[in-house]
Design a protein around this ligand. Structure first.
Ligand code: SAM
Length: 344
């Protein structure tokens, strides 16, 4: 039996574990080259590593070693010794690709530093981010404009990838006034208003996020149909909507805060209103699922959690809402439609 093989000739458990552990190194290499903007510097085609290092203010030998690892994963292509270009997969690392994942991976460089300290979360169940960065996640972002820009871009890129699936899965056209609570840069709401001309919208988020979104709304020519309202998720929410959206909001928070946000929605909506909780739901069973890994991200960053459908139903019930139906959009996101528990 050779080293690393079990008695049956397959990879041993030990080899499998070490292989899983190496995944961290590949991921970190990816985050580092994303944060350094390497793919954008390759937009014009393959370049020698020395030239690429000069363009990205990185150390040539080290950059070459990172690219060698990522060439093994078919992100980069070593077209001749020491000359690297982007593969078809690697093109998604460019910030100008229509389906770019650049911001998410560059932001992951910052997130990854909290994972290095995450024994704190394992010991306590609390977020680690405040220990790493000295402030809670959203407070830190408010004080760090460049990190905040990257985070909002990451959210926008992720949401853009899911928008078509959401529109296919749910009839947003039945709504008159859609309130997107924590709607970020407004990308989803603007897509909905574009797809359903009879709807109007309210984007609600923190003041500095709304300020940036307002420009986007104006540029889309939708200022007449879309208000941008600044405020606190835990204060009064814009009243009078007939459809409230909470996309990737509840997973940011522990149960008590999540119920507070749901109560705010319940208070703002009339008895005829509907609320859509849009999240990755943890499925039954042991198979891998992106919700299970995202769960660790929101734990370490925010003390939040991904939840099962019954867990969401319990939170809704505490806030005076009842789950009506769950729609799997096929994109990994589900839509849980809720109504006031006392709706006629
Ligand atoms: C995970 S992002 C989701 C953004 C967007 N809904 C999406 O799915 O792309 C969470 C959003 O909640 C907003 N947020 C966080 N804390 C808030 C608060 N106290 N008041 C208002 N908005 C808040 C953030 O600014 C951010 O846009």
């Amino acid at each position: 039996m050779s080293a690393g093989r079990d008695a049956g000739g397959g990879p041993s458990g030990g080899s499998r574990l070490l292989g899983l552990s190496d995944g961290l190194l590949v991921a970190r290499a990816l985050h580092l080259v994303a944060a350094a903007g390497v793919a954008d510097a390759l937009a014009g085609g393959p370049r020698p590593v020395g030239e690429l290092a000069a363009a990205t203010r990185t150390h040539p030998d080290t950059l070459g070693r990172l690219l060698r690892v990522l060439a093994g994963e078919e992100v980069f292509h070593e077209v001749e010794p020491g000359v690297f270009g982007l593969t078809e997969t690697g093109r998604y690392l460019r910030s100008d690709h229509p389906d770019s994942v650049h911001a998410m991976l560059a932001f992951s460089e910052l997130v990854g530093r909290s994972f290095a300290d995450a024994m704190h979360s394992l010991r306590t169940g609390e977020a680690t981010f405040p220990r790493t960065y000295g402030a809670p996640f959203f407070e830190f972002l408010r004080a760090q404009p460049e990190a905040d820009r990257l985070f909002n871009a990451a959210m926008a890129q992720a949401t853009r990838r899911d928008t078509a699936a959401l529109i296919d899965a749910y009839d947003f056209g039945g709504a008159r006034r859609i309130v997107d609570v924590g709607g970020g840069d407004g990308g989803l709401l603007l897509s909905l208003l574009g797809a359903f001309p009879g709807t109007g919208g309210v984007l609600f988020d923190q003041p500095h996020v709304v300020a940036a979104a307002r420009e986007r709304i104006g540029a889309a020519g939708l200022a007449g149909r879309c208000e941008a309202v600044a405020g606190d998720l835990f204060g009064a929410l814009p009243p009078g909507g007939d459809l409230y959206l909470l996309k990737w909001i509840l997973h940011d928070w522990p149960d008590a805060e999540a119920v507070a946000v749901l109560r705010g929605c319940r208070q703002a909506m009339g008895t005829g209103g509907r609320l859509l909780v849009i999240e990755r739901m943890i499925p039954r069973g042991g198979r891998p699922h992106p919700a299970k890994t995202l769960d660790l991200v929101v734990l370490v960053l925010l003390g939040g959690r991904e939840r099962t459908v019954p867990e969401y139903e319990a939170l809704l019930a505490e806030a005076g809402l009842s789950a009506h139906r769950v729609i799997d959009t096929g994109s990994g996101l589900s839509i849980l439609e809720a109504r006031p528990a006392d709706a006629p």
